[in-house]
Design a protein around this ligand. Structure first.
Ligand code: T6T
Length: 330
């Protein structure tokens, strides 16, 4: 059994059989029995958070594989930036296309609600992949990593890495209103309280711009002489934080725990800019999203909340967990 299979089995009771199309049946909603007739509309749309980003490319690959296997088509669209003002018009325009289901990673947990509600009211099944709205009445199903647990895992990893030393820790979040990264930051800060020698200096936002993350790290190094660690809650934030440490000459002195596993982050882990990465399984999120969308379309049982696996990578074990590295093409 591969590491990934093992982690999936261990960490995601709910996810067990996404690949085989047998999603767990607990906590189901919006069900009903299948009429048996194949639906006329087999078109799915995936709207991700931002273009050309390995997390979403990996999700798209998983979704495309699952859709093809099931005899559905899927089209992916993305805004140029992780920005609800750019993502909202993409969703509105889908009203003219009327897919059978919309799989979406909303870029804001509140402001994306009106457009998503509108499309749902047209009869399109809405499935959240990765991020979610605060309003739980819109989506039939939400698939995401257990982000609170990911934040806790990052804090436990930071405690191990600093090995009893005292110091301050900076938390870098991406954009306010991102459900996933907010949960990671919160989980991290709560868990860090269990290690009294480590003190959080609070959460700062990077707007999902690596240059802002780099600047926040260099500023914290200047203003906080006992800075011992940085937790970067997503890919762009992590890549920028690594740049900040490199330009300040602090690689290896300030421990960097990142989230995600982009090629640049993986390379940073290998070369020592990161000491650990908390990797997600975006391919699995995409596959499971498609399975749930098809269940909703075909009137089968749908599971409202599904948790996807997470795994901590370090330099020592990364190569044995290479299946968690994100893709840049399918
Ligand atoms: O960390 C992922 C995703 O889970 C999060 O919701 C937004 O940022 C990423 O896409 C990585 O950039």
């Amino acid at each position: 059994m591969s590491t990934k299979t093992l982690v999936v089995v261990l960490a995601a009771g709910a996810l067990v059989a996404a690949c085989g199309g047998q999603i767990g049946q607990n906590n189901s909603s919006g069900g009903g029995q299948s009429s048996g007739a194949a639906p006329a509309n087999k078109n799915l749309e995936l709207v991700v958070g931002v273009k050309n980003e390995p997390f979403y490319i990996s999700m798209q690959c998983g979704a495309e594989t699952a859709a093809t296997q099931a005899g559905y088509t899927i089209t992916t669209q993305a805004p140029d930036k992780f920005d609800p003002t750019l993502q909202a018009p993409i969703v509105t325009a889908l009203g003219a296309k009327k897919p059978a289901a919309l799989l979406i990673a909303p870029t804001d947990d509140k402001t994306m609600a009106p457009q998503m509600k509108q499309i749902k009211d047209m009869g399109v099944k809405v499935i959240e992949v990765d991020t979610a709205l605060q309003d739980t009445s819109v989506a039939a199903s939400s698939i995401s990593s257990d982000n609170t647990q990911g934040g806790q895992l990052a804090a436990q990893t930071m405690a191990k890495l600093t090995n009893g030393k005292s110091g301050s820790v900076l938390v870098l979040d991406t954009k306010a209103g991102t459900s996933t990264t907010a949960a990671r930051a919160k989980g991290f800060e709560e868990e860090l309280k269990k290690t009294p020698n480590l003190k959080s200096i609070g959460v700062q936002f990077t707007e999902n711009e690596p240059s802002v993350a780099a600047q926040k790290v260099t500023a914290a190094i200047s203003s906080t002489p006992d800075l011992i660690g940085v937790f970067a809650t997503n890919l762009n934030t992590g890549e920028g934080a690594a740049t900040g440490l490199r330009s300040a000459g602090k690689v290896g002195q300030v421990q960097l725990v990142g989230f995600d596993a982009s090629p640049s982050e993986v390379e940073g882990l290998r070369t020592g800019a990161f000491q650990a990465l908390i990797a997600q399984d975006p391919g699995m999120i995409g596959k499971t999203g498609v399975a749930q969308a098809i269940a909703a379309i075909e009137g089968k049982s749908v599971q409202r909340n599904i948790s996807a696996p997470l795994v901590a990578l370090t330099k020592d074990d990364m190569d044995s967990k290479a299946e968690f590295f994100y893709k840049t093409k399918c």
